[in-house]
Design a protein around this ligand. Structure first.
Ligand code: HEC
Ligand code: HEC
Length: 201
């Protein structure tokens, strides 16, 4: 009798230990990968080391996992293809959660009048050229959603680079919407938007 009760109790403890172990194991795995292969460009906390690399801190977890999977399959092309080549689905998911949980810092906006042009476009679009307001998808505060990227606080340079890549067609994964938007933006508008977005928080 006692033996059976003890057995059940031990099974329960073992299960609890196992499940917490698995959980700790997956976030430890993310830290391990970041230290080994990501931090040189994206920083340990997703605070990119240079403005040409996107900030990942606070980026939405599922969006990160999806981009990694697109880099792995070659649907999105660039520097990242090799980095994502041998990541498993599980690793992409934990990497997404890891970076999503990191604190976000906004940039200080120096050109306030220029950023005001970006503010206008972000919230109203440009009805003369047929550009939709960015806030209608990326959100009033630029936080995005589970599937849509957070823009708030991103580096100016990366934002302009991506808008140009959407426009020129070199960003090829699920780019239909952003291609049609970016193709209607002037260079001044792209830079003003980037100026404003980098300071959002
Ligand atoms: C040699 C520098 C470098 C390293 C190392 C690197 N990345 Fe990147 N990463 C980039 C660049 C550059 C881009 C922008 C992609 C582009 O423009 O093609 C990027 C883009 C990304 C994106 C897409 C972000 C977005 O907003 O769409 C994710 C996610 C990402 N990297 C995750 C990782 C992870 C996870 C690792 C480690 C396994 C890693 N990167 C290692 C340079 C690097
Ligand atoms: C109708 C919805 C929609 C609107 C409006 C929209 N976007 Fe997007 N945007 C998207 C989607 C969807 C993606 C992600 C594509 C993917 O999954 O790779 C995206 C991606 C981006 C990215 C790449 C982010 C990254 O981390 O790599 C930038 C930059 C961007 N949008 C800027 C803008 C700006 C600026 C505007 C306004 C002029 C705008 N978007 C309006 C849907 C939209």
């Amino acid at each position: 009798m006692w033996g059976i009760k003890m057995g059940k109790w031990m099974t329960a403890c073992l299960l609890a230990a196992l499940s917490s172990g698995v959980f700790a194991g997956s976030s430890e795995r993310a830290v391990e990968i970041v230290k080994e292969r990501c931090h040189l460009c994206h920083g340990i906390d997703g605070e990119a080391s240079s403005a040409i690399y996107p900030r990942l801190a606070g980026q939405n977890a599922k969006y990160i996992a999806k981009q990694l999977s697109d880099f792995k399959s070659g649907k999105r092309k660039g520097t990242m293809n090799d980095m994502a080549a041998d990541l498993t689905d599980e690793e992409m998911a934990v990497l997404g959660e890891y970076f999503a949980s990191k604190p976000v810092k906004a940039h200080r906006v120096r050109k306030k009048d220029f950023a005001a042009v970006g503010y206008y476009l972000y919230h109203n679009g440009n009805k003369y050229s047929g550009v939709a307001a960015c806030k209608s998808c990326h959100g009033e505060k630029g936080f995005g959603t589970e599937q849509l990227p957070r823009l708030a606080g991103q580096h100016k340079r990366y934002i302009v680079d991506q808008l140009q890549a959407f426009n020129g067609g070199s960003r090829t994964n699920d780019h239909a919407i952003m291609h049609s938007i970016a193709s209607k933006l002037t260079e001044l508008e792209m830079n003003a938007l980037a100026q404003y977005i980098s300071g959002m928080n």
